[in-house]
Design a protein around this ligand. Structure first.
Ligand SMILES: CC(C)(COP(=O)(O)OP(=O)(O)OC[C@H]1O[C@@H](n2cnc3c(N)ncnc32)[C@H](O)[C@@H]1OP(=O)(O)O)[C@@H](O)C(=O)NCCC(=O)NCCSC(=O)/C=C/CCCCCCCCCCCCC(=O)O
Ligand SMILES: Cc1cc2nc3c(=O)[nH]c(=O)nc-3n(C[C@H](O)[C@H](O)[C@H](O)COP(=O)(O)OP(=O)(O)OC[C@H]3O[C@@H](n4cnc5c(N)ncnc54)[C@H](O)[C@@H]3O)c2cc1C
Length: 662
């Protein structure tokens, strides 16, 4: 397949003619620099030149088994293509390209993410030396098996046991109940021959809580399930049905002592336990995956936005002025209001993902030298950002679908598949409400620590009891972000007051927590969004000195829109705490509408700059040339029902019904 850039339709030509900024420069910023853009394009070119990676037939038309096999075929082809060309799978993941080829549920995705990450992050040196080369070369293929039928969120409640037998120096893995069955892990059903398994560690009859074990599930030659193990696939799901999410039960299955991951905690041959430096270090793979999901969510949102914004420039509907030609639907203010705040969100999430990655890298480096103090901050930030990013990507993707009217409901628009894939992100890797409650716990602790005069970590330092007053004019970006911060401080203070009041009136702290949890989740959401605003303002102001004025102006407008939109969403709180008044809100609303019209002019060029090629968008509505109707029509011709004029169903059912004497 060669990259032919087709001539685009007149609407898109006109849109692109209005571009006042350097698209390539914006592309570089989004990629993280020109070198990364160049690397991404090299990977893309290589993938595009591998025709086996592209579907001839939509997975919708395949049987469940063929769908899985086809995706497995592409996944393995992708790995070998990357390897042959000197790239790692990580290169393809971190540029989005690999995932977009396989986002119907890549059966190797858990191997290259959580399985490898667990080996890298939880192994002692001997284990690393033994397992990493095997896993990197796909000599063993694995997944991350934690969730059970009975428990996903409450990791401490997992029921699978790993009981140490010091006579044989083995752990005995067992699923004592039906609810102990591992349930959900991606690629567990049929693909993986190994799994990292989270199980309750038992030594001398005492439970030491969840620990991670490397477990071989299948024979490496025959791929048959090993004795003592039952494994299978869990059946169809809302999306990603080309994956083989699986179940797993153990019946007193034995593994060697050395198969417990021992970087952080250890079990000695005589069954003694050595504690980790921090009790949650074994949750590290989850934290790392949450960091990745923030990027992933922003990428999926951007695909939906490219599709919906290009389509909105091509689609003409109704009369804005009676008798005039039908306008592009992007000219309707309501359409701009649907799409452009989400476009701003995409940029905000992209900059925040980058900031989070830096915190992750810094914290990981600290852990290496025994410094645990950044861990709570990383946990709170990664939990909050994972939750906001996936919530916003899911909402934004669905709005993009709705903004495309009926055609957004077509599979060939690719919006349903993008939506169902990212919708899982709200649940997996920590259900979002649960993650927000973790953030809230951190906020309340920080607020209380500040009342006792303690210094707060950077992401919550604005919560200190007596913050310096903002000197920025209210209507400046900084002034509005400070107002949002004041709103969060007020919310957290209010939550703390309500918690205390409940405790003072005789409730237990846990009952008080539950009675305030709706408000606490709102605090966590507002805090995370404040952090995102800060990162966006910060990134744009830092870029200010280095980028051309056209690009800077577009980024400034997007950042402004993000902040204004957020202030309007939070109006109730900001009015209650006196951070803004009604007059300010009216002018903010007016400014937002004005900004929508300004950003509309270059909206197509902005999404062009995200630079996702048609083969990765996979959409009849979003292609670069805007040739929407022809593509929709051609896709419909591929329906198996169109292979014959009269289907079997007619002879089997319709005709007998028509002939029956009813
Ligand atoms: C946190 C829980 C909810 C509670 O845990 P529990 O043990 O019960 O906690 P407590 O004892 O109550 O203690 C709470 C204290 O512990 C602290 N804590 C908790 N967690 C951590 C942590 N991780 N680190 C540090 N500290 C932590 C907490 O702050 C409390 O401290 P304190 O007492 O207040 O001081 C927990 O149970 C939990 O985490 N539950 C969620 C379970 C979960 O997440 N499961 C995930 C299963 S795996 C899964 O779902 C996999 C899905 C498939 C993912 C596929 C990914 C595909 C996307 C690919 C991404 C690609 C990257 C692309 C990159 C790019 O594009 O560039
Ligand atoms: C597509 C997909 C892929 C997955 N892949 C994997 C995988 O590879 N490996 C793996 O181990 N797991 C995987 N999972 C499982 C996933 O991690 C869990 O589903 C997730 O952690 C949520 O747990 P749960 O299903 O038990 O939900 P529950 O915790 O039962 O949540 C149900 C409801 O209860 C609420 N709730 C639960 N606890 C609390 C609380 N403390 N406070 C307030 N509300 C609460 C939640 O907010 C939610 O509304 C996958 C899931 C999906 C959907």
């Amino acid at each position: 397949m060669s990259v032919v850039v087709p001539e685009c339709c007149d609407d898109l030509k006109r849109e692109r003619g209005r571009c006042l900024f350097n698209k390539e420069e914006l592309t570089n910023i989004l990629d993280g620099g020109p070198k990364l853009t160049e690397k991404r394009r090299r990977i893309e070119k290589m993938l595009i030149n591998t025709p086996e990676l592209f579907d001839d037939v939509s997975p919708d038309y395949l049987s469940h088994e063929d769908r899985y096999s086809n995706e497995l075929r592409k996944a393995t082809q992708l790995m070998t293509t990357l390897e042959k060309n000197g790239f790692t799978y990580n290169d393809a993941v971190t540029t989005g390209t690999g995932l977009w080829l396989l986002m119907d549920g890549n059966p190797l995705s858990l191997h290259i993410s959580m399985f490898l990450d667990t080996i890298k992050g939880q192994s002692n040196p001997q284990q690393l030396q033994e397992w990493l080369p095997l896993a990197e070369k796909f000599k063993i293929i694995g997944t991350y098996a934690q969730t059970e039928l009975g428990h996903g969120t409450f990791v401490r409640g997992l029921e699978t046991t790993a009981t140490y037998d010091s006579t044989t120096k083995e752990f005995v893995l067992h699923s004592p109940t039906i609810t102990a069955t591992k349930w959900w892990p991606g690629a567990l059903g049929k693909t993986s021959n190994h799994a990292v398994v989270m199980a309750q560690l038992y030594l001398g009859g005492k439970c030491y809580g969840p620990h991670i074990f490397m477990v071989q599930l299948r024979d490496l030659e025959t791929h048959r399930t090993l004795p003592g193990i039952v494994v299978g696939e869990i059946g169809p799901r809302l999306g990603m049905n080309s994956n083989d999410n699986g179940f797993l039960q153990f019946n007193h299955h034995r593994i060697p002592l050395t198969n417990m991951f021992m970087k952080h905690s250890q079990v000695t041959e005589d069954g003694k336990y050595v504690k980790p430096l921090h009790s949650k270090l074994s949750y590290g793979t989850m934290v790392q995956t949450r960091v990745g999901i923030v990027y992933h969510a922003s990428r999926e949102l951007s695909r939906a936005l490219i599709i919906a914004i290009r389509y909105s420039a091509v689609r003409h509907q109704s009369e804005m002025v009676p008798g005039d030609p039908e306008p592009q639907i992007l000219d309707y203010q309501t359409q701009q209001y649907k799409l452009l705040p989400h476009l701003a969100s995409f940029f905000a999430l992209r900059f925040s993902a980058r900031a989070l990655l830096e915190v992750f890298i810094g914290t990981s480096a600290g852990l290496g030298s025994g410094k645990m103090n950044m861990l709570p901050e990383l946990h709170a930030l990664s939990s909050g950002l994972k939750a906001v990013a996936t919530n916003d990507a899911v909402k934004g993707t669905d709005i993009c679908r709705l903004a495309c009217g009926g055609h957004g409901y077509l599979s060939s628009s690719n919006l349903p598949r993008i939506y169902t894939a990212i919708a899982a992100g709200i649940t997996y890797e920590g259900e979002n409400t649960v993650l927000f409650l973790q953030v809230a716990r951190y906020l309340i602790k920080s607020f209380r620590a500040s009342s006792q005069g303690q210094t707060l970590p950077f992401s919550v330092s604005y919560l200190r009891v007596q913050p310096p007053s903002s000197h920025a004019p209210l209507m400046s970006d900084r002034g509005l972000v400070d107002a949002l911060g004041a709103g969060v401080r007020w919310m957290v203070g209010e939550a703390e007051r309500r918690l205390q009041q409940l405790v003072d009136s005789g409730h237990s702290p846990h009952a008080a927590w539950n009675a305030c949890s709706v408000h606490l989740v709102q605090c966590a959401d507002a805090h995370t969004r404040y952090y995102i605003c800060e990162q966006f303002v910060d990134a744009v102001s830092k870029l200010g000195e280095t980028v051309s004025s056209g690009v800077h102006e577009v980024l400034r407008q997007l950042c402004r829109l993000y902040i204004l939109h957020r202030v309007i969403q939070t109006a109730g709180i900001l009015l209650r705490c006196g951070a803004v008044d009604g007059k300010a809100l009216t002018s903010i609303e007016e400014e937002e509408c004005h900004l929508l019209a300004t950003l509309r002019i270059q909206a197509v060029s902005i999404v062009d700059a995200i630079d996702i090629k048609d083969v990765f968008l996979k959409s009849t509505l979003g292609a670069w040339d805007g040739n929407v109707y022809q593509r929709i029509y051609e896709e419909a011709q591929k329906s198996p029902l169109n292979k014959s004029d009269v289907t079997q169903g007619y002879y089997q059912y319709l005709r007998p019904l028509m002939k029956a004497n009813l």
